[in-house]
Design a protein. Structure first.
Length: 319
């Protein structure tokens, strides 16, 4: 990128120094950050035995303030570890970020009670005068970064919770090949129609995703509440797990520095627009604006597609 996006983020860290609760450094998930934050604090109370595996990881700016909350969730049979760098990055731009591993993670509906559990857990800590997080989180101003199979669960959850103002969905799953669907379902239980959602939803996917077909992801966009802001972007050459700090597999790929930085930057711009009122950021997502050109150059544009016809860009209500 040459670019407006590059200029907006000249250094790949935001202006806020951050601290952490339950930061982790795991072999196979440490390409971005080689060690845990020096400010890390272990907190066993950030847990929910019924719905979560291990403790919630929280990143938050050191500077005292009241920060919007972002929930970050993994996909099928995965863990929070590959998404920790995205959480780290978002927090450095002035957010309280909670990352977790769902105990159940086989079909999309499994994440619904997990979102509820984490939301309530953070809310309780924010209201507990004896906890370090007391009063630091705007619990009524929430964003979600779901990956893969947790995507439809996040749309369902947001439809029920008006506090969820924005979502940046990374390759949300709505089915794929018959082989993949035989293992992971076709998302038939939650489906792809969420007409009651009021959250602003950004969809990030790619033509080469074989784990969550992009034309099926596009159905989420088409079926959303028509009054809600939304943007759909399908890029070139980003595999399903490209934005995650994770080992590579033939089907889903793995860590791709360019994809990680691109998706992280776009997520910050989206959340700043809808959680902090910086509506000038929407120019990055408007196809006729000069600032969109950085994104436009990265979109899939070839006439011949591996998948059925769908647009690489679509949007509505971005004003």
């Amino acid at each position: 990128m040459n670019s407006h996006l590059q200029d907006k983020h000249k250094i790949f860290e935001g202006p806020y120094d951050i601290r952490a609760y339950n930061d982790k450094n795991m072999i196979g998930f440490n390409r971005v950050y080689k060690k845990t934050l020096e400010t890390n604090k272990e907190d066993k109370s950030l847990s929910n035995e019924e719905n979560l595996r291990d403790e919630v990881t929280v990143y938050i700016p050191k500077k005292k303030g009241k920060y919007p909350l972002i929930l970050v969730s993994h996909g099928w049979a995965n863990y929070k570890y590959g998404l920790l760098p995205i959480g780290h990055y978002l927090a450095s731009y002035g957010y309280a970020v909670a990352l977790f591993t769902s105990k159940k993670k086989a079909v999309p509906k499994d994440w619904i009670p997990t979102f509820t559990a984490v939301h309530n857990l953070i809310k309780n800590k924010n209201e507990d005068a004896s906890h370090d997080l007391y009063g630091l989180i705007d619990i009524n101003n929430i964003g979600i970064v779901p990956h893969s199979m947790s995507g439809p669960a996040s749309f369902y959850y947001a439809s029920l919770r008006p506090e969820v103002k924005a979502i940046s969905a990374i390759h949300p799953y709505n089915g794929a090949s018959p082989f993949v669907e035989a293992i992971a379902s076709s998302n038939e239980e939650l489906g792809d129609e969420f007409p009651k959602i009021k959250s602003a939803v950004l969809f990030l996917t790619s033509e080469i995703d074989r784990s969550a077909y992009p034309e099926k992801t596009y159905r989420f966009f088409k079926n959303l509440n028509k009054d809600a802001p939304a943007c759909f972007l399908s890029f070139k050459n980003i595999k399903h797990n490209g934005a995650l700090d994770i080992f590579k597999t033939p089907l889903s790929g793995g860590y791709d520095e360019k994809a990680f930085k691109l998706y992280s930057r776009l997520s910050v711009l989206w959340f700043d627009a809808f959680l902090k009122g910086k509506k000038e950021n929407l120019k990055y997502f408007q196809i006729d604006d000069e600032k969109f050109q950085d994104i436009k150059d990265l979109l899939y544009t070839e006439i011949h597609r591996e998948h059925e016809a769908y647009p690489s860009y679509d949007s509505r209500n971005l004003k």
